[in-house]
Design a protein around this ligand. Structure first.
Ligand SMILES: Nc1ncnc2c1ncn2[C@@H]1O[C@H](COP(=O)(O)OP(=O)(O)O)[C@@H](O)[C@H]1O
Ligand SMILES: Cc1cn([C@H]2C[C@H](O)[C@@H](COP(=O)(O)OP(=O)(O)O)O2)c(=O)[nH]c1=O
Length: 213
């Protein structure tokens, strides 16, 4: 008998170089092998308009509030075109970043007023929150060394240590504020050990999501 699951929304967060992208494919495969139909997406981006906004956001200098507004504009389109329709079809959505990233980067890193951020969140998705958020957490030096070893850096990745310290602290503050949905992954572990931990956490969510019909 095929297993049916209630739809779930999973997000991946962490400072640049923490290892988030490395594990998204693993999570998608793990869930699909267990019968989950899912959509894998990312922010900023995830739609045709969102990908154009991503290009601007990652390469153009702009006012901090413009940056926050464009992140939420991309998110609004992403929810309307991708996230909400998939959940309504009964599918799962996994997204490489969501609103916690705006709190961490524009709020923590750039210092935007968190009250304004909360207002944007309440405006753009008053009733939608991830069911599960994996926060890939590493010391800044580890993340920086991984980035330097691998790729050309975009606008955010070129920021200094202070920026990432504040970004990481805001992520950890959000995790403490919403312990029900956040799972902090110690990303100094090996990739194999992280995958074991992810599989255990996904098994719990799968068990809680079995639909009886
Ligand atoms: N646990 C880990 N141990 C060692 N290297 C890792 C680990 N996780 C990721 N990496 C490497 O670090 C680099 C950045 O990882 P990536 O997943 O792209 O980070 P992010 O998406 O969080 O910015 C990649 O080269 C990746 O292979
Ligand atoms: C979603 C989001 C991302 N960002 C930033 C974080 C990242 O530095 C950047 C792009 O994210 P990411 O997809 O992690 O970049 P990469 O493909 O290089 O791993 O956008 C914000 O500043 N605010 C946001 O709300």
């Amino acid at each position: 008998m095929t297993q049916h699951y209630q739809p779930r929304f999973i997000t991946f967060e962490g400072i640049d170089g923490a290892g988030k992208s490395t594990h998204i494919g693993f999570v998608a495969d793990y869930l699909q092998q267990r019968g989950v139909t899912l959509v894998s997406s990312r922010e900023p981006g995830g739609t045709s308009l969102g990908e154009k906004l991503r290009e601007l956001l990652l390469h153009e200098k702009m006012h901090l509030e413009t940056e926050a507004l464009l992140m939420f504009a991309s998110r609004r389109e992403h929810i309307a075109q991708v996230i909400a329709p998939a959940l309504e079809r009964g599918e799962w959505v996994i997204s490489d970043r969501f609103t916690d990233a705006s709190f961490a980067y524009q709020g923590g890193g750039r210092g935007m007023d968190l009250g304004k951020m909360e207002a944007l969140e309440a405006w753009v998705h008053p009733h939608l929150q991830p069911d599960l958020t994996f926060l890939f957490d590493v010391p800044l030096e580890v993340a920086r060394a991984r980035l330097d070893a691998t790729r050309a850096l975009d606008k955010f990745e070129q920021e200094q240590a202070d920026f990432f310290a504040d970004t990481r602290n805001e992520y950890l503050r959000r995790a403490a504020q919403f312990p029900g949905r956040f799972r902090i992954i110690d990303s100094t572990q090996s990739i194999a050990d992280i995958q074991v931990q992810l599989a255990q956490l996904l098994d719990v969510l799968l068990e809680q999501s079995v639909a009886t019909r």
